[in-house]
Design a protein around this ligand. Structure first.
Ligand SMILES: *Cc1c(COP(=O)(O)O)cnc(C)c1O
Length: 356
């Protein structure tokens, strides 16, 4: 597919001065990729200067939440190149999320053109210290302008980029959310949609007042087994095995989760995908049978969990960060940053287009 590169986008990259302090997801690259779809037909993709989007106030996304997104990273490689990690997985997941919301999915070639084009042209903006990256945010929304409750005939797909430092969550304190649910089986729990995040914010606000960092969401159907965090999947070392909840319809299919399962098995760990009953887990933490637990996702890779709070009690993990979390984190980062051979074929090197 052909791509239009707006000369103004190239000159905005030439002029761009990267701030010294980046943070995570706060600084935005001066260009964006976009394509639009009308009645199932996609336009060509364009790399244009970063600018505000003009939307009709009746656009369906604003009222009926037809929108989904992805989160991925471009990494600096040792030869000063740029590489993406398993981008087809993000393309497939975004197509899945789009179909769940009855939206026109972005064709895989267009999705890959989008992330590759912005990462290649922003090669100078990919920071080079370990843990840093160019965070990419593809998103899709229904733009048809009328108030009828029906699927949109027009869509807009964008990719924006954020040069980012390592996302340091430190050791996290989780709170078992016994009252609210963020997503339901049969709903959008396994789709990456903004509505799931909106539904999680009230719980997060409440637990922050109590000195915790993140909600640990339970399965909405049984209210007794662990699902995941608001934006990260959950793992626990229990006895001799590594446990993670099975993909049950209310859990997002994390690409980090999937990669860690494969790495852990190759490191000789037994990995069990199954139900983790929360009351059982808390007892195992208390008795030391579960010495470590961690959350994972693209942004933070692995975040160790130090405490799980529930009702009046708090349960302290004896190892945070624990040895399993540390060795998996290092193994994944070594592949992503090109320090070890990529035996899995996960990395995709790109042509780095230098703007100066
Ligand atoms: C994005 C996301 C994750 C992590 O997925 P990765 O592909 O590993 O980044 C986990 N849970 C939820 C709810 C998410 O939205």
């Amino acid at each position: 597919m052909s791509i239009f590169i707006d000369p103004d986008a190239v000159s905005s990259l030439h002029r761009y001065k990267m701030p010294r302090k980046l943070g995570f997801g706060r600084v935005l690259a001066p260009v964006m990729f976009r394509a639009v779809c009308q009645d199932g037909c996609w336009s060509i993709g364009e790399l244009v200067p970063y600018t505000a989007i003009s939307l009709d106030p009746a656009a369906k996304v604003l009222h009926y939440a037809q929108s989904c997104f992805e989160g991925m990273k471009a990494y600096r490689t040792p030869d000063d190149g740029v590489a993406l990690f398993r981008p087809e997985k993000n393309a497939a997941r975004m197509a899945y999320s789009a179909k769940r919301l009855c939206m026109s999915p972005v064709p895989e070639p267009l999705f890959l053109d989008g992330v590759r084009t912005i990462a290649s042209y922003c090669a100078n903006l990919v920071p080079g210290n370990s843990g840093e990256s160019l965070y990419l945010r593809p998103f899709l929304m229904g733009t048809q302008a009328d108030l009828t409750v029906s699927t949109s005939a027009s869509y807009a797909f964008y990719v924006i980029a954020s040069p980012s430092e390592a996302y340091h969550s430190g050791n996290m304190r989780l709170w078992v959310e016994r009252d609210d649910t963020r997503a339901v089986v049969g709903g959008t729990g396994d789709a990456k949609v903004g509505g799931n995040y909106a539904a999680s914010l009230l719980s997060t606000g409440r637990l922050r007042e109590r000195g915790y960092d993140q909600s640990l969401w339970l399965n909405p159907a049984n209210r007794s087994s662990v699902d995941e965090l608001s934006g990260m999947n959950f793992f626990a070392v229990i006895g001799d095995a590594l446990y993670t909840p099975a993909l049950n319809g209310s859990i997002l299919q994390g690409i980090t989760r999937d990669s860690l399962i494969e790495l852990a098995r190759d490191q000789g760990h037994q990995v069990v995908e199954g139900e983790i009953h929360i009351n059982e887990l808390l007892k195992q933490v208390d008795s030391g049978v579960c010495p470590e637990a961690f959350a994972c996702g693209t942004a933070a890779i692995i975040s160790p969990i130090s405490v799980i709070g529930d009702a009046g009690s708090s349960y302290r993990l004896s190892k945070a960060p624990g040895p399993v979390a540390q060795s998996l984190r290092q193994a994944l980062l070594d592949i992503q940053e090109g320090r070890t051979e990529d035996r899995y074929g996960w990395m995709q090197p790109l042509e780095a287009i230098r703007s100066s």
